[in-house]
Design a protein around this ligand. Sequence first.
Ligand code: ADP
Length: 486
Amino acid sequence: MPDIRVLSVASEAVPLVKTGGLADVVGALPGALADEGVAVTTLLPGYPSVLKALGRARAVHTWPDLFGGPARLLAGKLGAHPLYVLEAPDLFTREGLPYADAAGKDWPDNWRRFCALGRAAADIAGGAVVVRGKAQRFDLLHAHDWQGAMAAAYTRYAPFGGAAVPSVVTVHNIAFQGRFEAAIFPETGLPSRAWHMQGVEYYGGFGMLKAGLFCADAITTVSPTYAREIRSPRFGMGLEGLIAERGSAVHGILNGIDGELWNPAHDASLAATYTARTLSRKTINKRALEAEFGLVEEDGPLFVAITRLTWQKGMDLLPEMADHLVAQGARLAVLGSGDADLEAQLRAVAARHPGRVAVRIGYDEALSHRLQAGGDAILIPSRFEPCGLTQLYGLAYGCVPVVARTGGLADTVIDANPAALAAGVATGIQFDGVDAQNVAAAIERTVALYGQKDDWQRLQKNGMKADFSWGASGRAYARLYKDLIG
Ligand code: ADP
């Protein structure tokens, strides 16, 4: 029997629905916590892809009217772990993206969709689900990002059964806050006392993440550096005051990576598997990647980028960087999607540098693995980065991360400065200040280091041996849960 039962509520989880790193983390948490005596049940919205993967499932609870329509709770499995899916046809069964239509326009009823998810989560955590006459109890509610955050608010202001379970809200990216018009408040079902600065009100509107951060018993974010950074206006984006006020209730716990999915020793999507010991086999993947992207075949450094194409990720600088990189004799392969202007600019750069710069616009999980395996270095010039996963995958695949010194990038990469090189502990290249000049200097450093074969291999091997599995993070979450449950 597990010591603790936790309900984890989010809008994404690998392998069912993913738009970013949040999904990797939510999907990995149950496994990371199982060893710590914590049984995690994950609650997801019934998006078409989720319902399809679930297949025929039994309903364990119904809501005759959940924010304007009927809803059922379906039970299934997320890997080896229990999964609940909120089937609410009026809210979640629609084609398009989780938060927007196919044209990228936010769904106008997002507030209703994620209030419903939060209300359902609060009910479930409070024991609303009864199986064979037995109420399914949870010891703690763990909500992720603004889409899950209302669970903490409902638990606090209107708990199912009258007694609130403790709650944790994790911020995977404070830039996404779930802000809506004040006019929705009367429809949320919250008591009038919740409409307060010390509540769900946020600069005159309704703030879902704000509400969750205010109501949760503890807040976590996904790296110690980001936990500090979001106390300042530049990174806190309006929530810095609340974060600072919550003081020691705010914790930074690094994400781990799933060593089953991300392991070059047995990754089925690669041209050749390899380990730190058989690193020379990585070249087979480099040749395959050059062929796949139509790049000239040569031994010089091959940079990759796998990313949302946004300002946050510093991708507005990529066209200029690409020119600089080509001038240094390097090549670049990009996989990304996002901002339409950036997509067009990148296509233009590729056309300018045939055989040296190639771009794939889109989202392709298997290709992202092949890029990490075939690339020599991965460029991550993020302006802010709560944790970042692509640098961790880069480390595991011997694809040396070249990163801005911020958030989780600062916490997970050891810069190849002279001291770190002499001590033999460096794993990548860090730089300060995301602008064209600093990124260009970092590229020059990387190209120079690549030319020093022994140092370069040392970097790769150090990264591949670094432990970013979920062990330490799982223990940290379990400790926090236990403290809160008391
Ligand atoms: P964020 O969540 O801010 O987008 P992270 O680095 O935390 O950034 O996580 C991004 C995740 O999405 C990683 O698993 C990365 O490999 C993946 N990813 C990003 N863009 C693409 C893409 N175009 N195709 C495939 N995977 C992608």
